[in-house]
Design a protein. Structure first.
Length: 263
């Protein structure tokens, strides 16, 4: 069973508990996926020096934000971990030419909101094992893309791989005004066109895409999970966009690579 691979624009943590078009979009896509054996999530919110893989058997829910209502801090997403998948991921990435020297299995760290914030609407029963892979910020964007290719066997092993971030993410823009800068909308469309054309190398070399990209990608941690998803593209994979909107300078645009079941 080959599963699609997803990039989810996660936006505000409040999307995890609000009934809105974004949370409904994630839930609808989950209904059109085969049930995965386990989930591997690459989240914008776990940055490391050296690569780390979450190996906790019972990962805690990490509330890595502030200034939100208590209801968000009360969330506990009690999905089991999958130490066996953590070891499988380690074996796969170790064989990659882009693998860093340091690859650790972290048996303590839980799930950050980049992971549980999208999984709660998708799989509210929290009954599918979840493992996270960190973003090693010592790697170049091209190396992130290459490292992602090592994860390709997981799609054929019944694992759902999710990248969680935002194509456009610049919090220097006042998101409370909900005015989308022209550069944010332009880059979101440019990125979508490059995804459709399969020009993954250009998306990894985003430093050459001009000022719109520089402003949109900014500190890059929300963009890098996209490269892991693109790395898992198979020949003939359909490309589907949903939640396709930009709010201020945050893109909620989400991507499915692969076939979905009929709605």
């Amino acid at each position: 069973m080959t599963l699609p691979v997803l990039f989810l624009g996660h936006g505000s943590p409040m999307n995890a508990i609000e009934d809105n078009p974004f949370s409904r979009g994630w839930a609808a896509v989950a209904q059109r996926l085969p049930r995965p054996r386990a989930i591997l999530c690459i989240s914008a919110h776990w940055e490391t020096r050296g690569l780390a893989i979450g190996g906790a058997a019972e990962p805690e829910t990490i509330h890595d934000f502030f200034g939100f209502p208590q209801a968000l801090f009360d969330v506990r997403y009690k999905a089991p971990g999958a130490p066996w998948l953590a070891q499988r991921v380690r074996d796969l990435v170790t064989a990659s030419p882009a693998a860093p020297q340091a690859i650790a299995i972290d048996e303590v760290r839980g799930l950050d909101h980049g992971a549980w914030g999208v999984l709660l609407p998708m799989y509210p029963e929290a009954d599918i094992p979840v493992v996270q892979l960190s973003l090693d910020r010592t790697l170049t964007p091209r190396q992130h893309l290459e490292l992602g290719k090592a994860l390709a066997p997981l799609r054929d092993e019944g694992m759902l791989v999710i990248g969680s971030g935002d194509i456009v993410h610049n919090l220097r823009v006042d998101f409370r005004r909900a005015v989308t800068p022209d550069w944010a909308a332009r880059f979101n469309e440019q990125a979508k066109a490059l995804i459709v054309s399969g020009n993954d190398a250009t998306l990894a070399a985003y430093e050459g895409l001009g000022e719109d990209a520089a402003l949109s990608i900014n500190s890059a941690e929300h963009y890098l999970p996209l490269l892991y998803v693109l790395a898992l593209r198979k020949p003939g994979d359909a490309v589907t966009f949903f939640n396709d909107t930009v709010f201020a300078a945050i893109s909620m645009t989400s991507v499915v690579l692969g076939d979905l079941k009929a709605a």
